[in-house]
Design a protein around this ligand. Structure first.
Ligand SMILES: *[C@@H]1O[C@H](CO)[C@@H](O)[C@H](O)[C@H]1NC(C)=O
Ligand SMILES: *[C@@H]1O[C@H](CO)[C@@H](O)[C@H](O)[C@H]1NC(C)=O
Ligand SMILES: *[C@@H]1O[C@H](CO)[C@@H](O)[C@H](O)[C@H]1NC(C)=O
Length: 360
């Protein structure tokens, strides 16, 4: 009799433990799934069935999934349409005309890449994940079967990667494509972009591009550092303050910019890069909302069945005011205001708030 009750008790415990463990296993399985998806796509864009929902799933830390909290494609379409309306309104504002209207020059056509097979034009704006988009288009154009097959040194070699620039076509072909293709670009907060360009090109410079430190930085220092001795030049490198003074000097920097050639794409305005008042873009993505914009762009370009954008590590696209403030601290209000005067067109066109915390 006693044995009987012991057996029942033991069974009860085993059952409880099993329930607990099974629950635990289900949770880790979900986690693994999320991790696996992230891991498999992080290295580059997979040309496979899209995994668009990974972004929203990954950002949910609790398993209580609420579909209503995730905007649908239609909701997002309204956001995109608002952005386009704002651009068209700001383009009509005559007091900003200088800063927003840029003729479609050879320089602008050089920035735009062509995917004929899927009728897509992409205007390149560095520091917002452009390399990923270029890889997508290279694969879609057919020069390489998958993103992993593209050698890193070929991504930016437009002689060999099968991703032509719009400038390489005849005028009639250019007009036809501008009028009929799906066109997009990605932007981010204009000042945070400058901080990012400065860090990438003059502080870290992880890809070996010696001309930024050896040619461009000394030229800017010579013209814009308030006080300098020869030893300064060699030792300390470009300061953010020098960079800000150079960027805000609309007339004075013209000759330098000619000398710097196409390297200026990392810091000239989005208006100068992509002529957003002259070219009617179909979508303008924001780096800050790339998790939503990337799937939207793929869908509306009609390529969401062919490619997916790699998982975006959480938090890296978020605007970081602390970082911007720390770079601009110690720079005179006069210099910051001049800089803003130069980039005001971009702030207005793309709906970024005026950085009053730096200007006043
Ligand atoms: C034009 O832009 C300026 C910003 O520089 C703004 O103050 C003004 O309200 C705008 N005008 C219209 C009609 O939106
Ligand atoms: C437009 O450009 C002209 C010439 O560069 C300049 O004199 C004028 O002040 C600019 N206007 C605005 C609103 O920036
Ligand atoms: C923002 O930038 C600061 C300074 O660079 C950094 O310490 C901080 O971790 C960043 N915050 C986030 C949320 O990334």
């Amino acid at each position: 009799m006693r044995h009987h009750w012991l057996l029942v008790g033991a069974c009860g415990w085993v059952l409880l433990i099993l329930m607990f463990v099974s629950k635990f296993i289900t949770f880790t399985a979900i986690d693994d799934y999320g991790e696996r998806l992230g891991g498999s796509t992080e290295s580059g864009i997979k040309v496979v069935r899209p995994v668009l929902l990974t972004y929203t799933e990954k950002t949910l830390t609790k398993p209580s999934y609420q579909p209503s909290a995730v905007p649908t494609m239609e909701d997002w379409q309204a956001v995109i349409e608002k952005r386009l309306e704002l651009i068209s309104t700001v383009c009509k504002n005559s007091s900003l005309r200088n800063l927003t209207h840029v003729p479609i020059s050879k320089f602008v056509l050089d920035r735009i890449f062509v995917c004929d097979k899927h009728k897509i034009l992409f205007c390149q704006t560095p520091k917002v994940g452009n390399t990923q988009w270029k890889k997508v288009l290279i694969v879609l154009n057919g020069a390489f079967p998958t993103v992993e097959d593209i050698p890193e040194n070929l991504v930016h070699d437009h002689e060999k990667n099968g991703l032509p620039r719009l400038s390489s076509l005849k005028p009639q072909e250019i007009t036809h494509r501008l009028n009929t293709y799906f066109k997009f670009l990605i932007v981010r907060d204009p000042f945070e972009r400058l901080v990012s360009a400065f860090k990438d090109k003059f502080v870290k410079n992880p890809r070996f591009e010696p001309w930024y430190k050896h040619d461009i930085a000394p030229a800017i220092i010579r013209k814009y550092r308030k006080s300098h001795r020869y030893s300064d030049l060699a030792a300390s490198g470009l300061h953010f303050e020098d960079f800000v003074r150079y960027l805000g000097d609309v007339d004075g920097r013209r000759r330098l910019d000619q000398q710097f050639g196409h390297h200026i794409i990392h810091w000239i305005t989005y208006a100068d890069l992509c002529s957003p008042c002259e070219i009617h873009y179909s979508v303008v993505g924001h780096h800050e909302t790339l998790e939503r914009d990337a799937p939207y762009i793929l869908k509306f370009a009609g390529i969401d069945q062919l490619v997916s954008y790699p998982a975006i590590p959480p938090g890296i696209t978020r605007y970081n005011r602390t970082k911007v403030e720390s770079y601009f601290s110690g720079i005179s209000k006069r210099d910051i205001r001049r800089l803003y005067a130069r980039y005001k067109g971009d702030f207005h066109l793309f709906g970024y708030p005026t950085p009053d915390f730096l200007l006043n």
